[in-house]
Design a protein around this ligand. Structure first.
Ligand SMILES: NC(=O)c1ccc[n+]([C@@H]2O[C@H](COP(=O)([O-])OP(=O)(O)OC[C@H]3O[C@@H](n4cnc5c(N)ncnc54)[C@H](O)[C@@H]3O)[C@@H](O)[C@H]2O)c1
Length: 343
């Protein structure tokens, strides 16, 4: 069936979405940005015929079947709900899914109510190195997985969301049972307009007992290549575009693999189209899966707020980091707002 796409938010990542629709032969009928120059620039690069500065006007006039939401996280929920209510069939919403568990629920309900397929841009689920790592773990290359570890930067919701999702993906998407975490926010730090912590660290225990320990923005952390998985019979290291390194009790030294494959940005939209068309049972990064990651991240913040271990399911629907900042629990000691992504 012929599908028509639109892109909302025409900054850095929007080109990856535009390239994906192009690669799949799906016409992009419009693009939207609150900054007209940004929308015009994407339109001229990809020959997009219509430019808007208001997504609601675009939805009403263009009636697209597929929408990529490439705006900042704080608008993902409202725009998803508007798309769902305007008759869009499939939504590819960039990560992080949103800013709180309440927003994630509202997005999922709006999409269910309107029979809309919602996918979240946790694109490592389509990346060749991660696919190879998942395959190796499933076939027992490291025995039974016991522990995962990652270190990243740029905020828990920003890059942490990718790696928590990837950790779950690698070990077959178990639900989280409990989490414990800590944050520091002594500077007035923002990421694409949203308040974030200076650093964060924590542990997630998944059902079945596998644990994931992580650090985000902690100083001087050498050695970790995105994600490490420790099993009863080996260790595996995987990084976006960096391949897989495997060490097992069965042979000495590191076994390195550099798998190649389709662009993950194309693959995630191909799967969305298949889901909309009824050819795929469920997108591997559905809104429900995205919610599981939001729940973990919000539970990490709630662990800081409640000073202890947090068991799932999380009942708190607001963003506990925002609450702690608003209530003065995280006092800024070096005043002066700055954004690590926006200039
Ligand atoms: N999947 C990935 O690997 C990946 C990589 C980069 C960014 N992202 C995510 O994509 C999103 C966008 O990131 P970016 O780097 O492209 O940011 P960006 O700042 O370069 O672009 C975002 C654009 O959205 C526009 N915008 C903001 N609110 C809007 C609204 N309500 N309506 C229309 N336009 C609006 C801004 O004017 C801006 O041009 C973020 O959520 C980010 O985390 C994902």
């Amino acid at each position: 069936m012929e599908r028509r796409a639109a892109i909302i938010g025409c900054g850095g990542i929007s080109s990856a979405h535009a390239n994906a629709y192009k690669a799949l032969g799906i016409p992009i009928v419009a693009c939207v940005d609150i900054k007209r120059e940004a929308a015009e620039s994407l339109a001229s690069k990809f020959d997009i015929p219509a430019v808007y500065t208001d997504h609601r006007e675009m939805l009403e006039k263009e009636r697209p079947d597929l929408v990529s939401i490439c705006t900042w996280a704080q608008s993902h929920a409202d725009i998803t709900i508007d798309c769902a209510e305007a008759g869009v069939k499939g939504i590819m919403c960039e990560k992080p899914m949103c800013r709180s568990l309440g927003e994630a629920d509202a997005m999922i309900y709006a999409c269910r109510r309107n029979d809309v397929k919602l996918a979240v841009g946790h694109v490592r689920r389509f990346e060749p190195s991660y696919l190879e790592a998942k395959r190796l773990i499933a076939e027992g290359a490291i025995g039974e997985p016991l522990y995962l570890a990652f270190h990243t930067s740029g905020g828990l919701l920003n890059n942490g969301t990718h790696l928590i999702d990837a950790a779950k993906f690698l070990i077959g998407d178990p639900k989280a049972e409990w989490v414990i975490g800590q944050v520091e926010r002594k500077t007035d730090r923002y990421e694409r307009g949203a308040r974030i912590e200076d650093l964060c660290a924590g542990a997630i225990c998944f059902k079945g007992g596998v644990r994931c320990v992580f650090e985000v923005d902690t100083p001087n952390r050498p050695g970790i290549e995105e994600l490490e998985v420790y099993g009863t019979e080996g260790v595996l290291r995987v990084g976006w575009g960096r391949g897989v390194r495997l060490m097992s009790v069965k042979r000495a030294g590191w076994d390195e693999r550099r798998p190649k494959g389709e662009s993950p940005f194309v693959a995630q939209i191909r799967e969305l189209v298949g889901w909309v068309d009824g050819e795929v049972e469920e997108h591997r990064s559905s809104g429900e899966r995205g919610r599981e990651v939001m729940e973990i991240m919000m539970a990490i913040y709630e662990s800081v707020r409640s000073k202890g271990l947090v068991r799932m399911p999380l009942r708190v629907k607001v963003n506990p980091l925002e609450v702690m900042i608003d209530e003065g629990f995280l006092e800024v000691l070096k005043p002066g707002r700055y954004d690590i992504r926006l200039r």
